[in-house]
Design a protein. Structure first.
Length: 689
């Protein structure tokens, strides 16, 4: 019996074929084509890496202030200290006194003069030839050295099979018609160039990924993605779904009953969006629509109307939310709206007791439950729907792509798929929509309900904490309520931040005339629910909380929010938190309290949030900081989406790729599979989610 060998470090990274290695492109480059004397390196090596060499004249391990290896090298012009805070015995041996080494790094000012910290070191003879090309530095995992990757890539580039894998098959005529100027090299030449750029290459354009060789690779990757999305769009239209045409029996319909129960009229934006969604639901192929609307714009009522339309046709509707608090808010709101209409609603979450969970699963499976609301527990193995016609996924970017696929696959069969409505208060920037949501129809609620007031945002130093608490006292004395948000639950040795528990205790002492409540993620569901209910009923005036209140909490009388250590929160998080206030008639304020010193990024973030409440502006800034993976939930799938494209830098390429994808699908269907296989392999399923 043969035992299966464990995967190598390269295989663990997915680098298991010549093609995979060829497409493992460098993250940056080191210039080992030039060599400077130590004197020149000391003068020129500030703020960028430089290469020099010399003989080791000192090698010692010191223990103050911590264990470190100090090595001194010299040549005919000067001497230079090398400092290693982490090192192996083999490195110490490599740099023994008398050894000749070539080093590369940045020169900095140390305690004992100029030094290089953790430079790259190679033992060489003084006359060793310099590299003829820039040295690639590859993305790597722990235990995988650059030397191993470079050797593997070099071997892959010489593999005979690679020539066929990277062969040119995009029609020359089509490329000439679409591309603005055809100075891009053939694909194989582009990839070889990126792995082994010559010494005279334009390093700046290589590092910025604007070089023609990068452009060729980026275009091909985007083209594969656009083809995949356009095919998914066509495939979806061939699938069967129940058509929900608005019923003519108005008096008896749940939809009409809901409109009568609602204590408000739809805004013009809500009415427009509902018309778009209603039209989608009438089609006999599955809806795949994203409903965008800023915090508090009224997306929930649209979800309720869509659910009512499905239930009027004898189908079940499900609403799935990423957190129990948000799911519970939906449940309570739907009970309020649908309860008087006799709609049977099921609640399902991971925290339910076994017996309650089993009962919920039974009424879902029997069809007795018309509307099902819950967390990701809705896509667990034991949940089986009787006749699901609509799935609403709230805060869709908080679910991984695999989870969105799971609900899609679970509710369908070969003949039947349900309609999907995704909702998000995090607006999708245009470039993101063009690339990842090409198979998604998008509706936007672009106005707030009447009576919603703008929120004034103030940025305050943590040193003024006592002033903030004094102002908070005056606020509560007017009969209004407030939130106090903290980033951690308990004291952390790593991050000495004000914690929710500590703040709760301090504020309880500072505000003895008011009731202070505490809610965080580690509380049991029933405890959380009790605190939230007391806050909503104004039995609690100040709610100290972690970010569990980020979405779904609606208390109109709470018009002030203090966010402690605001510098620790991201754009979208603060925007979501801020949206918890401004829901009533009182003027609303959000105070962003920060600790010094502030990083440049945190300073810019707080300034932007103070100046704008436009969700699209905030989303664009967020995209530039975090990249598309986090905004889409793609990182949760474990698969990178676009590896070589930056959506802001390369936005102009997207339209070229869309045009080329349409032409290929229309005129060269035989080439489509080859292109997808080359670039995406098994990852195409994620682009359909």
């Amino acid at each position: 019996m043969t035992t299966k060998r464990p995967p190598t470090a390269l295989e663990k990274m997915g680098l298991n074929s010549p093609m995979a290695l060829a497409l493992h492109l460098p993250a940056r480059y080191e210039d080992e084509t030039e060599l400077f004397t130590i004197e020149e390196a000391l003068a020129l090596g500030r703020f960028h890496s430089i290469q020099t060499q010399g003989i080791v004249i000192r090698n010692q391990v010191t223990f103050r202030p911590r264990r470190q290896l100090l090595v001194t090298i010299e040549d005919d012009t000067a001497s230079l200290q090398l400092r290693f805070l982490n090192f192996y015995p083999s490195q110490q041996k490599q740099m023994a006194v008398g050894a000749h080494v070539r080093v590369r790094g940045e020169v900095r000012d140390g305690y004992q003069g100029a030094e290089m910290v953790h430079p790259t070191v190679r033992a060489v003879v003084p006359e060793a030839p310099l590299s003829a090309s820039l040295t690639p530095v590859y993305p790597a995992s722990a235990g995988l050295s650059q030397t191993i990757i470079r050797k593997a890539v070099l071997k892959a580039l010489q593999d005979a099979s690679l020539k066929e894998s990277l062969a040119e098959f995009l029609p020359t005529k089509l490329m000439a018609e679409i591309l603005p100027s055809n100075d891009w090299p053939p694909l194989q030449d582009a990839i070889t160039y990126l792995h082994q750029p010559p010494a005279d290459a334009n390093t700046q354009s290589l590092l910025e990924r604007t070089h023609p060789a990068w452009r060729r690779v980026q275009f091909e990757e985007l083209l594969a993605q656009q083809i995949s999305l356009k095919r998914a769009h066509a495939i979806r239209r061939e699938r069967r779904a129940p058509g929900f045409v608005k019923t003519k029996q108005k008096a008896a319909s749940i939809e009409e009953g809901l409109l009568k129960v609602l204590p408000f009229e739809l805004t013009s934006a809500q009415a427009r969006v509902w018309s778009e969604i209603g039209l989608d639901l009438s089609n006999t192929f599955p809806m795949n629509r994203l409903l965008q609307g800023d915090v508090g714009s009224g997306k929930t009522v649209i979800a309720a109307l869509a659910a009512a339309r499905a239930m009027d046709h004898g189908y079940q509707a499900a609403i799935m939310a990423p957190t129990e608090i948000l799911a519970e808010q939906h449940y309570l709101k739907m009970q309020e709206w649908f309860g008087p209409l006799g709609v049977q609603i099921a609640w399902l979450s991971g925290s339910l007791k076994a017996k309650e969970k089993r009962l919920a699963q039974e009424i879902i499976e029997s069809g007795e439950a018309q509307l099902i609301i819950g967390t990701h527990a809705l896509i667990q193995d034991k949940v089986s729907f009787a006749k699901l016609g609509l799935a609403v996924i709230d805060e869709q970017h908080r679910f991984g792509v695999r989870q969105r696929l799971e609900i899609q696959q679970r509710v369908g069969s070969e003949l039947f798929y349900c309609h999907q409505l995704m909702m998000s208060a995090t607006p999708i920037p245009r470039t993101l929509a063009m690339t990842y949501y090409a198979d998604l129809d998008v509706s936007v609620i672009d106005e707030l309900p009447p009576g919603r007031k703008p929120i004034a945002t103030k940025v305050v130093k943590a040193a003024r904490r006592d002033e903030v608490i004094s102002g908070l006292h005056d606020w509560l004395a007017k009969g209004l309520q407030a939130y106090w948000v903290c980033p951690l639950i308990e004291e952390s040795e790593v991050l000495q931040l004000q914690t929710a528990v500590e703040s709760f205790e301090q504020l309880t002492q500072a505000l003895p005339n008011f009731k202070v409540g505490l809610v965080h993620g580690r509380l049991k569901s029933e405890e959380k629910a009790a605190v939230m209910a007391a806050f909503k009923a104004n039995e609690i005036q100040l709610l100290v909380a972690t970010t569990v209140i980020e979405v779904g909490v609606d208390v109109p009388n709470a018009a002030l929010m203090v966010i402690e250590h605001a510098e620790r929160f991201g754009y979208a998080q603060i925007h979501q938190l801020r949206g918890r206030v401004g829901r009533g008639s009182a003027d609303s304020v959000c105070i962003l309290m920060y600790a010094e010193p502030l990083s440049l990024a945190a300073k810019e973030r707080l300034q932007t949030l103070r100046e704008t409440s436009d969700g699209f502006v905030i989303a664009e800034r967020d995209l530039s900081l975090r990249g598309p993976g986090e905004l889409l939930g793609a990182k949760q799938s474990g698969d990178a989406m676009l590896r070589f494209v930056d959506l802001q830098r390369d936005a102009w390429l997207i339209e070229l790729a869309q045009t080329a994808a349409e032409r290929l699908l229309d005129e060269h269907g035989d080439l489509v599979e080859r292109h997808l296989e080359r670039w995406l392999g098994s990852r195409t399923e994620f682009l359909k989610a």
